[in-house]
Write a protein that binds this ligand. Structure first.
Ligand code: C5P
Length: 398
């Protein structure tokens, strides 16, 4: 999905070791369809060459305010007028100080002062002491008050050998922030709780009973909700996926663990989206030790008891969040899914055909509510997730 097609971005590089990471970011942003203009300070040119950035962006790189290539010699005006956003990464201590005070003594700082309404995103990159310095903190505070979006910084090992706050966010994190920036903030200030993936019910310490679920839909929804400005908690069964950036993942194994994690959080949530494929039963006579296949000639006799219905329980809370369920059916989707919505007493249920949706990257959803149902065309799961978040936000409005 080339979701940044028709977006014009300016990447401003200032002096920092992290400059090399922006080479990767340019490539990945372009892969999503964006056009990227790179502007470098002379300090940035000490860390990575304009040739590299030009080759990757496919466009001329600007660094000198006296550059005569733009027709009217006004790169500082032209670049920001065409841009949908400017990202300064890495943003050095010095450049942040310049921005906070409105200095305009090179192309990049002049461009920022001349940018008008063009949004400015800043990803600081510096030693932990430089980050913690009261002057830097004052400058960051000033930039926030001026409407600048500060991305990070991260925490961890630093190029200087020290450890702490001040690392620039990684390219994939910066890319997540850029993608999120272009999504409408429909759930700003809301808390969203999501379950995803399968659960896994122990037979013995090495064997489990589980459901087929990749977790892709639940993880896409967590990403879409966070892009929409929500604070997201993702209670996830065992899956092979990285947690979406800036989403808090709570990893669980069994349905009863998932139930516990959800019931602790649901009363403080505004929205609950139950995407997980929860096992309907757990094994009551699970063995503490591995069952040996040569111990007996007979197959083990498993006994089952029903798992709690997490969604139905949340929906029954006195002060319940807005509840959304999922139903994966193998047949009679329309009647089974609507029956499930009524039985669980929830305002919105999303149906899909299990054989098509499971493990796939695309999905075809049918949305059920009080008014009836609405079949959406097949799309990738992130597009479907963003659309569903828009739908939820509409229904949340008083
Ligand atoms: O398993 P079933 O088809 O009934 O699932 C429908 C919805 O209920 C899904 O949203 C699922 O996440 C949720 N569910 C749950 N707890 C269960 C079973 C299902 O939250 N024990």
């Amino acid at each position: 999905m080339r979701e940044l097609t028709q977006k014009n971005l300016v990447f401003g590089l200032t002096g920092g070791v992290a400059c090399y990471k922006i080479a990767e970011l340019v490539r990945r942003t372009k892969d999503l369809g964006a056009s990227v203009d790179v502007v470098m300070t002379s300090a940035a040119e000490q860390f990575i060459t304009p040739v590299t950035m030009q080759a990757l962006s496919g466009r001329p790189v600007f660094s000198n305010i006296w550059d005569s290539r733009p027709n009217d010699n006004m790169a500082h005006i032209q670049l920001s007028r065409q841009a949908d956003a400017i990202l300064i990464a890495p943003a050095s201590t010095d450049f942040i100080a310049k921005l906070a005070h409105g200095f305009a003594d090179d192309l990049l700082s002049t461009l920022c002062v001349a940018r008008g309404n063009c949004p400015l995103l800043v990803a600081p990159a510096m030693n932990r002491e430089m980050w913690a310095h009261p002057a830097t903190q004052r400058n960051i505070q000033q930039l926030r008050e001026d409407g600048v979006i500060i991305l990070g910084p991260g925490h961890g090992d630093q190029a200087c050998g020290e450890f702490g706050d001040g690392r620039m966010l990684e390219p994939d994190q910066l890319l997540s922030e850029i993608r999120a920036f272009f999504q409408p903030k429909l759930l700003k200030g809301k808390k969203v709780l999501i379950t995803a993936g399968p659960t896994s019910e122990a037979i013995d310490p090495v064997r489990v009973i589980t459901n087929r679920s990749s977790g892709k839909m639940g993880y896409a929804l967590a990403q879409a909700a966070r892009e929409a400005g929500a604070e997201v908690e993702l209670v996830s069964g065992p899956v092979n996926l990285a947690a979406p950036y800036a989403v808090q993942r709570i990893s669980v194994e069994s349905a009863r663990d998932m139930h516990k994690a959800v019931m602790q959080r649901a009363p403080h949530s505004d929205v609950f989206i139950a995407v997980a494929a929860v096992a309907d039963w757990y094994v009551t006579n699970a063995s503490d030790q591995k069952l040996k296949k040569n111990q007996t000639q007979d197959s083990p006799q498993l006994e089952f008891a029903p798992n709690p219905d997490i969604l139905a329980e949340v929906a029954a809370l006195a002060d319940r969040p807005f509840c959304v369920g999922f139903a994966a059916e193998t047949e009679q989707l329309l009647s089974f899914a609507e029956a499930k919505r009524r039985r669980k007493n929830i305002p919105l249920l999303v149906g899909n055909l299990a054989q098509r949706a499971m493990h796939a990257d695309d999905t075809e959803l049918v949305i059920f509510d009080e008014q009836g149902h609405d079949a959406w065309p097949a799309t990738d799961k992130l597009t479907a997730a963003r659309k569903l978040i828009q739908r939820i936000a509409l229904q949340l409005e008083p």
